[in-house]
Write a protein that binds this ligand. Structure first.
Ligand SMILES: [Zn+2]
Length: 171
């Protein structure tokens, strides 16, 4: 598998005609909507895509993409690295009406203009597989070590400045 940078803009209709296969990386920073939902991550997203026309005549984009992103653990609010992997099964259509008639296993890519941003197309699929409640595993989570009780105990045992004052008065 090669890890070359994939083109930023693609003409998916042309790729279907040419039966193109793409395998490589996309910059995470080009995925602005995904970047807004995460605490950074691996700067490169990898994707493998095949463009072809199915026997039923659909223009298909099929493959997968993988990213490694940091999300805030909802227990301890520290970042946790989460691998994202999305399957891609798209049919290129020209409007909503056609999109509604697709077989269930496919999502629609409604194409209004070409070229399109490859990063945005892949980003859409990654957004769908973001976990709604990201969490560390129990061993890795900072909240699992009953920190709270310990820190409270420390607070209580700190010397009270008024105690010192009352001692001075006595003397
Ligand atoms: Zn955690």
């Amino acid at each position: 598998m090669s890890y070359e940078q994939l083109p930023k803009k693609i003409d998916p209709i042309k790729f279907v005609t040419l039966e193109t296969s793409l395998s490589g990386t996309i910059n995470l920073e080009d995925m602005t909507r995904l970047s807004a939902c995460i605490e950074g991550g691996d700067p490169l997203v990898s994707a493998d895509l095949k463009f072809y026309r199915s026997r039923q005549g659909f223009r298909i984009i099929e493959g997968s993409c993988r990213a490694q992103v940091n999300l805030l653990c909802q227990r301890c609010l520290e970042p946790t690295a989460v691998p994202l992997e999305a399957k891609i099964a798209l049919v290129i259509v020209s409007d909503d009406e056609r999109a509604k008639k697709l077989p269930k296993q496919y999502d629609a890519l409604i194409l209004q203009e070409t070229p399109i941003s490859l990063a945005e197309m892949v980003e859409e699929e990654l957004l769908l597989c973001l976990p709604s409640v990201p969490r560390h595993s129990d061993e890795q989570c900072n909240a699992s070590m009953s920190d709270y009780e310990d820190s409270e105990a420390v607070e209580v045992t700190k010397p009270n400045p008024f105690d010192v004052l009352s001692t001075l008065k006595k003397e």
